[in-house]
Design a protein around this ligand. Structure first.
Ligand SMILES: CC(C)(COP(=O)(O)OP(=O)(O)OC[C@H]1O[C@@H](n2cnc3c(N)ncnc32)[C@H](O)[C@@H]1OP(=O)(O)O)[C@@H](O)C(=O)NCCC(=O)NCCS
Length: 446
């Protein structure tokens, strides 16, 4: 029997599937062992998306990610109140949780917990959950305090997170379980308090110093003033948008949580749309994501390489060395030359590099090893790396930049390099010219 997958198994052709799997491999390596707090609105369960979310989170868990799931319950609480003919009460956007409303909140959370446990217990053959044996652990992980009296209105059992039991959550995660938190907490006096999903998720992510906080929300993400979805937001810009009259209250609330989380040591906070099937996976495993990500700095950063980047640089350039596009460099040579390299990093993964070798006596510099990972070529990264190297060269007072290339001369010509000859190179570089490669020589005036 042939081992080749049939087209039924892989609706996209099998080569595309393999390429896709290889493309997401760096993310899988990078995310293994990382802690993600995933906060879902109760709306997601109401709209029937719980099973697919459980399948996606189980897969992430199987790939080694540590998952804390926080599930909101607003529509479910509303349903319970309606069943009992109780009018919901709010003050300044906060629910006033009297005894009856608290009962509704507890009822709603209990039901949701059972639904979630059921969803994670799926294991039918021929479904994404086959062979999965997922353990969901929930408990009294959250200590709450009353919100108190706001402008003369007693919010009663509406509370705020006071403390998260980090040790107990970490123990459960270490035991390979998914931790489930509901928006309820308990005070040392033994009372229950109704909390918000946003507060529980943000406080937990901060307390755990999670790698990611992901809100799966009824907003798609954050839009700028022109209505364009913003993929990445630095903290300063996120703070600015929190004050903007163009943003609605819900977006501002989510932005505030993301800012609080990142300020509190969470590496990245994301807002992704709940109505898009697989949005958590798409956000994690695609370069641009599908929602908005908030981080301390622009993620797509160009920076000076460090010794730790040598392995990733080698992996990036090796295929091009094998096919003859680039001269072979051993890892030791990369390590020795590491200070000459600039790297392009996105979300902790290295996507591109370039090296600058100065020849100060001739006021020249050599641009070498300019590479962008094939997946992300054609989106301007090559040009950005080149500009960065040109900027560095100018800082060093170099007047001309040259490059030796066998296959990329048009790329450089389009960017101001002109074909030249060996005589124009610094004497030392001339001596090292490899006549077997017969590279073209291009020079640019800076
Ligand atoms: C050259 C390279 C770094 C460009 O990276 P990139 O991120 O795709 O570059 P950009 O997105 O900024 O620019 C893309 C443009 O360059 C063009 N381009 C890419 N490779 C090219 C090549 N070998 N020859 C001519 N043009 C090329 C693309 O067609 C595209 O053109 P357009 O703007 O007219 O559509 C990338 O193709 C690469 O890694 N190549 C292999 C390594 C290599 O040859 N390095 C140079 C020798 S040091």
């Amino acid at each position: 029997m042939s081992n080749t997958p049939t087209s039924d198994e892989f609706p996209v052709n099998s080569q595309t599937f393999v390429e896709w799997l290889r493309r997401v491999a760096p993310y899988i390596h990078a995310f293994r062992g990382r802690t993600f707090v995933v906060a879902i609105e109760g709306e997601m369960v109401k709209q029937g998306f719980l099973n697919t979310l459980a399948q996606d989170l189980s897969l992430l868990h199987a790939m080694g990610m540590r998952i804390v799931l926080v599930c909101g319950s607003r529509p479910q609480v509303e349903e319970q109140l309606a069943l009992r003919n109780i009018q919901p009460q709010f003050h300044k956007g906060w629910r006033v949780t009297d005894k009856a409303a608290l009962e509704c909140a507890m009822e709603a959370s209990g039901e949701l917990r059972l639904d979630i446990e059921a969803a994670f217990s799926q294991g039918l053959p021929n479904t994404p959950m086959a062979h999965s044996s997922m353990r969901i652990i929930s408990g009294n992980f959250i200590t709450a305090r009353p919100m108190g009296i706001l402008e003369g209105v007693d919010l009663q059992h509406t509370g705020l997170v006071r403390k998260i039991d980090v040790t107990a959550i970490a123990q459960s995660l270490n035991n390979n379980a998914i931790v489930l938190l509901s928006p309820l907490g308990f005070s040392p006096t033994g009372e229950a308090f109704n909390l918000t999903l946003e507060d529980v998720a943000t406080s937990t992510a901060r307390a755990l110093k999670a790698d990611k906080l992901i809100f799966v929300s009824s907003i798609d993400g954050v839009y700028d003033e022109d209505g364009v979805l913003i993929e990445e937001l630095e903290l300063d810009r996120a703070r600015e948008l929190m004050q903007s009259p163009h943003q609605d209250e819900q977006t501002k609330d989510y932005l505030e949580c993301c800012v609080l989380a990142v300020q509190g040591g969470v590496e990245r906070a994301h807002i992704v749309p709940l109505k898009l099937d697989g949005s958590v996976m798409l956000e994690l495993f695609s370069h641009d994501g599908v929602g908005t990500m908030v981080s301390e700095q622009n993620l797509e950063s160009l920076r000076q390489a460090t010794f730790d980047d040598a392995g990733a640089i080698k992996t990036l350039i090796e295929p091009l060395e094998i096919n003859g596009t680039l001269v072979r460099r051993g890892r030791d040579r990369i390590e020795r030359d590491i200070e000459h390299f600039t790297v392009l990093e996105h979300d902790g993964i290295l996507w591109g590099c370039a090296a600058l070798y100065p020849y100060p006596d001739e006021s020249m510099g050599e641009l070498a090893c300019l590479v962008v990972h094939p997946t992300w070529q054609g989106t301007g990264d090559g040009e950005r790396l080149l500009k960065k190297v040109e900027m560095e060269a100018r800082k060093m007072n170099l007047k001309r930049l040259f490059v030796l290339t066998t296959q990329t001369s048009h790329f450089f010509q389009k960017r101001g390099f002109v074909l030249s000859d060996l005589e124009k190179l610094p004497a030392e570089r001339k001596r090292m010219y490899d006549w077997t490669r017969k590279s073209q020589i291009l020079i640019k005036q800076l």
